[in-house]
Ligand binder design. Structure first.
Ligand SMILES: Cc1cc2nc3c(=O)[nH]c(=O)nc-3n(C[C@H](O)[C@H](O)[C@H](O)COP(=O)(O)O)c2cc1C
Length: 356
């Protein structure tokens, strides 16, 4: 039986433990460039088995929230190089989560970039902008002949991430952003080969993952999915359709030998274990936002062989030395939700280490 503190090989990366720091949007990259605070924040957390960066836009039009970092400009990449060097300098590993927000966006946050999505259906709810919250705008439907451009945005950003010194990328196919908008029949009402059947809705995710793997090597690429998460209007309420869609995604990538598959859903669900089996490689689990991951719930996933590694969010956010604290069963810092999204050092780099 594996322990959280046992090593795990994930593609090209040798993880010294099975605690993976979850992608966590923190909205502290002024001008979309990760700065000094980001360098410090990620370096503080280098003892994680693997760090997955906050969701980061592969292109200017892929940005959703305010002050999220990108992987498409020289300035951003210079910032990321400092992050990667600092994490590596402390013995860590870090991959970039490439998150194209699609319709979860607002032109106020992106200097007027056009909002694109599979279909012209606005997401429910509002987007925080510098002038307060505003309804999500109606996105423009991507034309079929534009799909290679979307794929190319991910490929270029993945190349940029590796060239900046990161160890690889995670393609964000979860949580209601662009790739998930294609997977869900509620947000994808296309009639071309990218919409309609489960296989068609799975097509763009598969194309993106395959192209990114071709560019930087499959053993440096992970994929995150969140089947039936029912978030941001990406409703997936028909279990048969969910199964057909997500098994189509995994069938389309299983031969690649990717570094890992990461799934945000109750890990013990039959569908989740089926995806793991079909995938056949390292499987990282996270059971979602509802309850904060604990050492006991994380270890139970390994004890029950429900996962190979565990993706941990809020505990890593609040405890830079989480691995050591969990290993010693030491006291934990509590995460402060008021400072999750935006701000400065407070609630970001000032959570204390065990030794102060
Ligand atoms: C502040 C915050 C930001 C998040 N940002 C992202 C993100 O950028 N990309 C992503 O895939 N998930 C994101 N998530 C979800 C986390 O990766 C994780 O799945 C969630 O926090 C549940 O795990 P936990 O109980 O260990 O915190 C975010 C969660 C939180 C709390």
């Amino acid at each position: 039986m594996a322990s959280l503190f046992d090593p795990l090989t994930v593609g090209a990366m040798e993880l010294p433990n099975r605690l993976v720091m979850a992608p966590l949007t923190r909205n502290r990259s002024r001008g979309t460039v990760p700065g000094d605070l980001a360098v410090e924040y990620y370096a503080q957390r280098a003892s994680a088995g693997l760090i997955i960066t906050e969701g980061s836009q592969p292109s200017a039009r892929g940005q959703g929230y305010l002050d999220t970092p990108g992987f498409h400009s020289d300035e951003q990449l210079a910032g990321w190089r400092r992050v990667a060097d600092a994490v590596h300098g402390k013995g860590g590993r870090i991959v970039a989560q490439l998150m194209h927000a699609g319709r979860i966006a607002h032109p106020d946050n992106t200097g007027g970039q056009e909002i694109i999505a599979p279909s012209p259906i606005p997401a429910p709810g509002e987007m925080v902008t510098a002038d307060g919250s505003k309804p999500h705008p109606e996105p423009r439907e991507l034309r079929t002949e534009e799909m290679p451009d979307v794929v190319a945005e991910f490929v270029t950003a993945a190349r940029n991430a590796v060239d900046a010194g990161l160890d690889g990328v995670e393609v964000h196919g979860a949580n209601g952003y662009l790739l998930h908008q294609f997977l869900s029949p509620a947000s994808n009402q296309r009639t071309d080969e990218y919409g309609g059947s489960p296989l068609n809705r799975a097509r763009l995710v598969v194309e993106v993952v395959r192209a990114v793997a071709d560019e930087i090597g499959a053993d440096r690429v992970g994929l995150r999915l969140s089947p039936a998460h029912n978030i941001q209007g990406c409703d997936e309420t028909d279990p048969g359709d969910v199964e057909a869609t997500y098994t189509a995604v995994v069938a389309g990538i299983a031969d690649l030998g990717l570094a890992y598959l990461s799934v945000l859903a109750q890990p013990r669900l039959d569908l989740v274990q089926r995806l793991r089996k079909d995938f056949g490689g390292p499987f990282l689990a996270n059971d979602g936002f509802g309850v904060v991951t604990t050492k006991a719930t994380a270890q139970a996933l390994l004890d029950e062989d429900a996962a190979d590694g565990v993706v941990v969010g809020r505990p890593f956010l609040a405890n830079p030395d989480l691995v050591r604290r969990w290993e010693l069963d030491a006291e934990l810092n509590e995460p402060n939700p008021a400072t999750f999204y935006g701000g400065g050092a407070e609630g970001y780099t000032d959570y204390p280490f065990l030794d102060g």
